[in-house]
Each structure stands twice: as C-alpha cells, then as structure tokens.
Ligand binder design. Structure first.
Ligand code: GDP
Ligand code: MG
Length: 162
C-alpha cells in the first residue's frame, strides 16, 4: 500500500491546483468559488522510484459552516488515513483566523504536518513565509501551485519522511 499524503486548508488556498500539479492531471476541479471540492480525490505522485498517494479534500473552515458539511466529513475521513498532512495556506491572504483554527485541529495528529504557503510566485521565499511561523509547526515551504514554483522541492521533502 502506498503512503497517503492529505492536502488540508481553508477553501480557495489552492489545494486542488496543487493536487493537479502533484499528480500531473487536471482531475481536481479548480475554481474561484470556495468549496467546489466535496469528495475526496486520490492521485498518485511519482518521485523517481518512489510513489505516494495524495488526497485532495474540500478542506476545513473555521467552524465548518464556512464549507459544505460533506466536504468537512470527507476531510476528516482523509485525515484518519493520513501518513502525512500538507497544511496549505494562502500567502496572498496572509495568516487568517481560519488557518489558526485548522492548525489547532491538526496539532493533535500523530503524523507529520507540513505547513506550505501557496501563491508565493514572484516573492522571496523567506519573506513569503515569515508570518506563518506563528502556526508553530516549523519552517513552512513556499510554493506556487499554479505557476509550478518549488513543487519538486516539496515532493522531495515529503518523500524523505514517508
Ligand atoms: P481549493 O479550494 O483550496 O481547492 O483551491 P483551488 O485549487 O480551487 O484554487 C483557488 C483559486 O486559487 C483558483 O483561482 C486558483 O487558480 C488560484 N490559485 C491556486 N494556486 C495558485 C498559486 O500558486 N498562485 C496564484 N496566484 N493563484 C493560485
Ligand atoms: Mg478544491
């Protein structure tokens, strides 16, 4: 069985865009409207000889009224089978209360949680992630899911720990 990496984050941070980038598909529906992803969606990520599964989810909201109840339930199911979690945040929005609420829910997990700051194209990585150290989850990675920046480095980091 392949290890499972689950993508979690507020609606619209770019989870489905990252899923498509990681799996080299357009399977996940990407939209400006939050909450488009409702079911869990699985894809295979290839990293040289290694492979792992990535799961796109509807994500989590501040109190899950923000998103579909079905999406929240699917995210909980995905988290229960996770070997690692990518906690995606939006580098253009900055750190929001919704991110802190999700961080609190992820903190009790026994699997590694990787904070990843998306939408950082055109910015210096260190500056783009600076405020997200406040999540208390270690040094975040900076990526651009839509432009492809630093995705390979993220894959290598995940694979090294799986
Ligand atoms: P999800 O709700 O978390 O699955 O987010 P989506 O993948 O549907 O993306 C939400 C919006 O953010 C879409 O308009 C994407 O095109 C946009 N987006 C995703 N990744 C990036 C990125 O790296 N940079 C920028 N500028 N926009 C992005
Ligand atoms: Mg989505």
């Amino acid at each position: 069985d392949l290890p499972v990496v689950v993508l979690v984050g507020r609606p619209n941070v770019g989870k489905s865009t990252l899923f498509n980038r990681l799996t080299d598909t357009r399977d996940a529906l990407v939209a400006d409207r939050p909450g488009v992803t409702r079911d869990r969606q699985y894809g295979v990520v290839r990293a040289g000889e290694r492979r792992f599964l990535v799961v796109d989810t509807g994500g989590l909201g501040v109190d899950d009224a923000e998103i579909d109840a079905l999406a929240a339930a699917q995210t909980d199911i995905a988290l229960a089978e996770a070997h690692a979690v990518v906690f995606l945040v939006d580098g253009r929005d900055g750190l929001l209360p919704g991110d802190l609420a999700i961080a609190d829910r992820l903190r009790h997990l026994t699997v590694p949680v990787y904070p990843v700051v998306n939408k950082t194209e055109g910015r210096i990585a260190e500056e783009a992630v600076a405020e997200f150290h406040a999540l208390g989850m270690g040094a975040p990675d900076a990526i651009s899911a839509s432009h492809g920046g630093r995705i390979e480095a993220l894959i290598q980091r995940l694979v090294a720990d799986l």
